[in-house]
Design a protein around this ligand. Structure first.
Ligand code: DSN
Length: 420
């Protein structure tokens, strides 16, 4: 290997991933085949456009690959239209907004400080700079989305787009209700299912495609594919907000979304990543993957109960998906402290704002924990209890860090990285 420096660093990262416990809710371990496709010669090919309508020659093979990817994704989510080119979830959302909205249009999203995402209207993101954002949050008493306030704000502000979906919310969504609210004001609904998409794909959570006009996701979290994004619709429809063609016909949303991706927000698609997405979608259609997502959900449930048994405050009192958000204020530590000190014991989590947080986003009062990655390694319910015990030991006594790290390193290597 000529670039020893770089490949030594990759080896170091492999050691970190192998010897530690990965609890970041948005991470997972892609299979060897997903990584082989992602690292393949497909990276060499330019293919601006869509299969059959490219701006470059030599696209016959990548056309087949992208079509295979699209067909597998349609099957996985029972969608009639998909675009597999977005480089990330954020890019997928930007393409959707470009397709639907004009600068200055109102949007209504889930507050980032309550579990939402930057691209749902945060003032530091394009979505909050170009469009006019309004937010709904969770109720203070139970940590569940405040659907009533969503309805009130929607009826008052009449946004063109309502966005649901989250990056740290442990409950399922009432997509039907949100669609009813949207219909009452003539808005469209975008569900961003980046986190729970794997669980949704196999029927373990409510199906947003039943009710939401457009659905976006990442492909690397519970879906366990390469890093990337996707856009889907179960039914195509005419854009209600104009965008007339010179001939006067209203454009179909599918065509607007395709243009929103390219040339709207991206150039050449990453065909190596599209190949890897195709591998991941085929894996996700398998019985083994169904077993996996069922176990992810079981593991999260057991873990949240064990945290509660040990006096931890889980926002909303539990989980219905792959993650949980823990308010650490009753333990007298911050999220920053937890991230740093658990990290020293090779337990990787992320600090996270909790709803109505009193700390800054750099400190936070909470930590977010997910079971997608550790379940891929083959860990089951008993292992969850053990992990909570490790975490509790560190949080209760910093002097335990060295001992916990040692135990974790020898225990973790018993679970191979790519067991699926
Ligand atoms: N950064 C992702 C997460 O951790 O949830 C969201 O984009």
């Amino acid at each position: 290997m000529r670039d020893k420096k770089l490949f030594d660093l990759i080896d170091q990262e492999k050691k970190r991933q192998t010897e530690g416990i990965e609890l970041i809710a948005s991470e997972n371990y892609a299979s060897d085949e997903v990584m082989a496709a992602a690292g393949s010669i497909l990276t060499n090919k330019y293919a601006e456009g869509l299969p059959g309508k490219r701006y470059y020659g030599g696209c016959l093979v990548v056309d087949e690959i992208e079509n295979l990817c699209r067909e597998r994704l349609k099957k996985l989510f029972d969608a009639s239209w998909v675009n597999v080119q977005p480089h990330s979830g954020a890019q997928a959302n930007s393409a959707v907004m470009l397709a639907i909205l004009s600068p200055g249009d109102k949007i209504l999203g889930f507050d980032l400080a309550h579990g939402g995402h930057l691209t749902h209207g945060s003032p530091v993101n394009y979505s909050g700079k170009i469009y006019k954002p309004f937010f709904y949050g969770v109720k203070k008493d139970d940590g569940i989305v405040d659907y009533k306030s969503l309805e009130v704000i929607a009826k008052q502000e009449k946004p063109k787009l309502i966005i649901c979906g989250a990056s740290s919310y442990s409950r399922d969504w009432d997509y039907k209700f949100i669609r009813e609210v949207a219909d009452s004001i003539g808005a469209l609904v975008l569900a961003d299912i980046a986190h729970p998409s794997g669980l949704i794909s196999r029927g373990l959570l409510n199906d947003p495609l039943d009710h939401c006009h457009i659905v976006t996701s990442t492909t690397h979290k519970t879906l366990r594919g390469p890093r990337g994004g996707i856009i889907m619709m179960r039914n195509d429809f005419e854009n209600p907000f104009g965008f007339k063609t010179p001939k006067g016909t209203t454009k179909l949303m599918s065509s607007l979304l395709d243009s929103g991706v390219f040339p709207g927000t991206q150039g050449g698609p990453l065909e190596h990543i599209i190949g890897a997405k195709a591998v991941a979608f085929e894996e996700a259609l398998s019985d083994k993957y169904l077993e996996y997502v069922v176990q992810v959900k079981k593991n999260a449930n057991v873990m949240s109960k064990e945290f509660i048994n040990r006096g931890y405050n889980i926002i909303s009192g539990g989980t219905e998906n792959h993650l949980m958000l823990i308010d650490l204020r009753n333990k007298n530590i911050t999220g920053k402290w937890a991230e740093e000190n658990l990290g020293k014991a090779d337990i990787t989590i992320n600090k996270n704002m909790v709803p109505f947080d009193t700390e800054s986003p750099f400190v936070t009062s909470g930590m977010r924990i997910g079971t997608a990655a550790i379940t891929t390694r083959g860990m089951i319910e008993d292992d969850m209890v053990k992990i909570v015990e490790f975490i509790d030991r560190v949080i209760n006594d910093e002097n335990e860090i060295t001992a916990v790290k040692k135990e974790i390193n020898s225990w973790a290597i018993k679970f191979p990285l790519h067991k699926q």
